[in-house]
Ligand binder design. Structure first.
Ligand code: TYM
Length: 338
């Protein structure tokens, strides 16, 4: 079993990242490494250059994201934690897979359509081929499971298509070069929504900081953001069906359930019939209680740049060793002489 996933170091870790992905990264690490599985978690710094960026901020954000992941429970002794830029095999395999991926497949990607918007001619080539690099990220390590939020599902389907076509075109049936990876998406936190708009996902790129809870937010900020979160005037329903058509209410209840380690039905048993005036302070308290220890560790860890760089260096060394056999097999399958 190989568990592989990545996050872009483009800003603060927010609640969507945490509940949609990182909590599962930690859970899978805790459950599976003890049974011999390998977990590889990386900072997708090569993906981060597909959009306009400040080099100095990218370097700072990369180190801060390592500190954030470790403070959330990623243990660099049990998981392989690294950044793509220190493992050249990611970029190499992407080029090899560019021969297999089809323009039509990439043209259908919703992230490409959203991020390029109307200005496709002005978008970077990297933004277009972004999903091929993402396919390389997981195929390189023969990933079997990829814990992600719902928004990455389409990219993983593409990774499977790329793997399948490459295997069909260049490998024999009994010796495929790549494993087809399965996405692992948390049922209640697949898509955490913005606190200001129940139809938009919580995102680093939202210009309003009030739209998201960041790992680094202090208790007062968290309480204020939850208090100001958009809701409707109705009290909470008694059952999950009552959340239909109430995206903001559904989002807050989903956050509560996931954070408390329970389900939506139990949260509604407790809070059904109550107004947001009662529910919001309870949600704020729960978030503060769960996030504060991580935020405290984060503030400590981020100070030691040497230690953070050492984590990435060691992780990259292990990742390079694991990547080599698959990369070699891909070169060979394509008939490239080295
Ligand atoms: P990124 O950096 O946007 O997000 C990191 C992880 O957080 C999840 N996520 C969410 N989950 C639920 N609700 C939300 N509002 C929310 N926002 C973000 C994402 O689904 C993701 O799992 N392309 C990827 C990084 C990547 C990657 C990979 C992931 C590069 N290569 C290979 C998996 C495997 C990205 O930009 O994630």
């Amino acid at each position: 079993m190989r568990i592989v996933s990545g996050i872009q170091p483009t800003g603060n870790l927010h609640l969507g990242n945490y509940l949609g992905a990182i909590r599962n990264w930690v859970g899978m690490q805790d459950e599976w490494t003890a049974k011999g599985a390998t977990c590889l978690y990386f900072l997708a710094d090569l993906h981060a250059i597909s959009m306009p960026h400040e080099p100095a901020s990218l370097a700072a954000n990369t180190r801060e994201m390592v500190a954030a992941l470790v403070s959330c429970g990623i243990d660099p002794d049990r998981s392989i934690l690294f950044n793509q830029a220190q493992v050249p095999a990611h970029a190499e395999l992407q080029w090899l897979l560019n021969g297999t991926a089809r323009m039509g497949w990439l043209n259908r990607m919703t992230q490409w359509k959203d991020k390029a918007g109307k200005n496709r001619e002005g978008a970077s080539v990297a933004l277009f081929t972004y999903p091929v690099l993402q396919a390389a990220d997981v195929l390189l390590y023969q990933a079997t499971h990829v814990p992600v939020g719902e928004d990455q599902k389409q990219h993983l389907e593409l990774a499977r298509d790329v793997a399948q076509k490459f295997n069909n075109d260049f490998a024999s049936e009994d010796a495929p070069v790549f494993t087809l990876p399965d996405p692992i998406i948390p049922p209640q936190a697949a898509r955490i929504m913005s606190l200001r708009d129940g139809s938009a996902k919580m995102s680093k790129s939202d210009p309003s900081d009030m739209s998201r809870i960041n790992l680094v937010d202090d208790a007062d900020t968290i309480m204020a953001k939850i208090k100001k979160a958009k809701t409707d005037p109705e009290p909470l329903p008694e059952t999950a069906e009552g959340l239909e058509g109430r995206p903001e209410a559904r989002n807050l209840v989903g956050i509560y359930a996931t954070m408390a380690g329970t389900d939506v039905a139990s949260v509604l048993t407790q809070f059904g019939g109550q107004g947001f005036g009662q529910f919001k302070p309870a949600l704020g308290d729960l978030l503060v209680e769960k996030l504060a220890p991580m935020a405290a560790r984060y503030r400590e860890l981020r100070e030691d740049q040497g230690a953070l760089d050492a984590i990435l260096r060691k992780g990259a060394e292990k990742a390079r060793a694991l990547a080599t056999p698959t990369l070699d097999a891909a070169y060979q399958a394509l008939g490239l002489v080295r």
